[in-house]
Design a binder for this molecule. Structure first.
Ligand code: SAH
Length: 357
């Protein structure tokens, strides 16, 4: 069954073919501008509200909702129609409200340190399932406006390119969000970055680098074996050139793994020609990776080293750690199966593409 946010305007018109023409605009605006459910559209006759509500029910069913950071962070766990589960995180800041959405149930990229990667891939989310996460956040945050969407939840956005791009277009064209406030985060899928570069809508791009030499990156981020750093840098340069946007590089600092002075030097050499901004996050602990984040002191030193190398770097505050809503922790606990965890500890580390499927 399609989500209301899978429907095109033509599809909606078909659904409303027995109604006067103006109903299409009413319902479309209700769904997008006012983020209403059909049942709440009081300008519609009661019978139509009811039949529409049945024809296009929401795709997300709330399984649980947790809050942290004194109410500043909310995490939802949703069940989809086939029972797959995904998470969404809403974050309030003094000057903005941001929602972090999932793009896949699970993930096939198998990054060692990421809870979602440890659990393996289930399926792609549909466009409507992605948009509805933003709609839920918008409804919750009222009267504050959710203006920022980061595609940094569960899944690899560029591995689900068409549906993710459909969601981007709907958020931009339907909900009126500025492309400048939409950020796609990728592990570094080079063909996807190239496709993005060819899009007219310049969204922000964040690349999860974590290592700037191929030996270490092959290990931490296995897809690097397919798209090594040189190819990644070329695709990023293409994106920056085409979009005019500043690139962000994400770097989760892992104690004694990628926080050496030499890592800062290599990262600076990668970031400099791209004019990229670096976001540093101390690694959040996950069940399947026996290494810890760098100390707060080392994180600051690393930032200062980057600054000394001429790189713009900021330390990202961790949100929602105590409810497992922090970066890389998103994985419905029911699905962090004992199978994945056991396989991980037996083999010491996950092989590339290993846990997929
Ligand atoms: N697949 C996409 C988006 C989802 S991950 C990507 O890789 O960018 C969102 C961010 O969280 C990425 O930068 C990812 O590398 C980071 N991350 C994953 N696990 C983490 C952890 N345990 N601690 C801190 N950041 C983590």
């Amino acid at each position: 069954m399609p989500s209301p946010y899978d429907l095109t305007r033509d599809g909606l018109a078909e659904l409303l073919e027995d109604e006067p023409d103006y109903r299409v605009r009413q319902v479309w605006d209700g769904l997008h501008a006012r983020v209403q459910r059909p049942e709440e559209m009081t300008e519609l006759p009661a019978s139509l509200r009811e039949s529409l509500g049945e024809a296009i029910p929401p795709a997300l069913r709330e399984v649980s909702r947790q809050s942290a950071d004194g109410g500043e962070t909310t995490k939802w766990l949703w069940a989809l129609d086939d029972g797959a589960q995904v998470e969404t995180v809403l974050m309030y800041y003094p000057d903005r409200v941001t929602v972090c959405v999932s793009t896949q149930a699970g993930c096939a990229m198998a990054c060692q340190f990421c809870a979602t990667g440890q659990a393996g891939f289930q399926r792609h989310l549909r466009q409507g399932e992605i948009v509805e996460q933003v709609v839920a956040a918008m409804r919750e945050a009222k009267p504050r406006r959710v203006a920022n969407v980061v595609f940094m939840g569960m899944g690899e956005p560029l591995a689900n390119y068409d549906r993710v791009w459909g969601a981007v277009e709907r958020l931009h064209g339907g909900m009126g969000l500025s492309a400048r406030h939409l950020t796609l985060s990728t592990v570094g899928l080079v063909p996807g970055i190239r496709r993005l570069a060819a899009q007219p809508l310049p969204v922000n791009l964040a690349v999860s680098l974590h290592a700037a030499n191929d030996t270490l990156r092959d290990e931490l981020v296995p897809i690097n074996r397919r798209y090594p750093l040189e190819q990644l840098a070329a695709a990023c340069a293409e994106y920056v050139e085409a979009s005019g946007r500043r690139l962000s590089i994400e770097w989760a600092l892992i104690d004694q793994v990628n926080d050496h002075d030499s890592d800062a030097r290599e990262l600076a050499a990668f970031a400099r020609p791209l004019g990229a901004h670096v976001n540093l996050i101390p690694l959040n602990p996950t069940p399947g990776y026996p290494v810890v984040g760098s100390s707060a002191r080392r994180v600051r030193q690393f930032r200062d080293q980057l600054t000394a190398h001429g790189i713009n770097a900021t330390i990202r505050m961790t949100r929602g750690a105590e409810i497992d809503a922090a970066c890389g922790q998103l994985a419905a606990s029911v699905r962090v199966s004992s199978r994945a965890t056991k396989a991980h500890s037996e083999r010491g580390r996950l092989v590339p593409g290993g846990p997929a499927g």
